[in-house]
Ligand binder design. Structure first.
Ligand code: ADP
Ligand code: MG
Length: 240
């Protein structure tokens, strides 16, 4: 599904350059749930943005579903992004003046899906994340956890092959984080490939494999036995 080889990325800042990714090699098979873990500044978002075709590497190769991702024109890049990738961000990135349903329907609009089909599909995904009753509410009428659920529904709406999440629980309290992770685990249970960036150990262990980044290098890449978020949630309530 994803294969990267010897990936390098630097940021130019005036005369200086900051070498952020220093030769990254890894691949992800269909159906995996992988956490990219590391402290702040280790290059996690840089890597995820390259995987998400929001940015390009300076060196190395990237294949997504067998296709080389390099020097694509914007039209093809947009097509691949739409077809292959769904994004979830720490800050939700919802459109404030659009209600939950319209937020979820956005990617379908860009795919040229007709209005009635858009609405039907968006409603289906809102139901899937448990927010059917909130369809006409604006983001500022929703809790943090609900906003992230809308963002997850939006990411799923175009049925992407891979879900990329950058600190999806970073703005949420522990209990809400576990609820969101339970939802994400359920999506992976159905077979969706998921990459989840986090700096939190408990969240990383809710994935099935942890790729540990430090100073732009992978220092460890291991399968782990997945902690179910529902179990962690129960424990969290018992301790209140
Ligand atoms: P993480 O997500 O692990 O916290 P990032 O990938 O965001 O790390 O950043 C890695 C390093 O690159 C940091 O030192 C950060 O300040 C720097 N960086 C990130 N984005 C840019 C940018 N657009 N321009 C310059 N430096 C950047
Ligand atoms: Mg980051």
């Amino acid at each position: 599904m994803i294969e990267i080889k010897d990936l390098h990325k630097s940021y130019k800042m005036g005369a200086n350059s900051l070498h952020v990714l220093k030769g990254i090699n890894f691949s992800v098979e269909e159906g995996e749930m992988v956490s990219i873990m590391g402290s702040s500044g280790s290059g996690k978002s840089t890597l995820l943005n390259i995987l998400g075709m929001l940015d390009e590497a300076d060196e190395g190769t990237y294949h997504l579903d067998g296709k080389p991702i390099k020097n694509l024109n914007e039209k093809i890049a947009a097509k691949y992004r739409n077809q292959f990738l769904g994004f979830i961000f720490q800050s939700f990135n919802l459109i404030n003046y659009k209600n939950a349903l319209d937020n979820v329907a956005m990617p379908l609009y860009y795919q040229g899906v007709k209005r009635n089909i858009r609405t039907e599909k968006a409603m289906h995904y809102l139901e899937k994340v448990g927010l059917a009753d909130w369809a006409t509410h604006l983001p500022n009428e929703l809790s943090g956890g609900q906003k992230q659920r809308v963002a997850i529904a939006r990411a799923l709406a175009s049925d992407p092959k891979v879900l990329l999440a950058d600190e999806p629980t970073g703005a949420l309290d522990s209990k809400t984080s576990y609820e969101v992770m339970e939802l994400i685990q359920g999506i992976n249970d159905e077979g969706k490939t998921i990459l989840c960036v986090t700096h939190e150990d408990d969240i990383a262990h809710m994935c099935k494999r942890i790729v540990n980044l430090k100073d732009g290098i992978i220092i460890d890449d291991s399968k782990v036995s997945q902690v179910r978020a529902a179990t962690a949630y129960k424990k969290a309530i018992e301790h209140v």
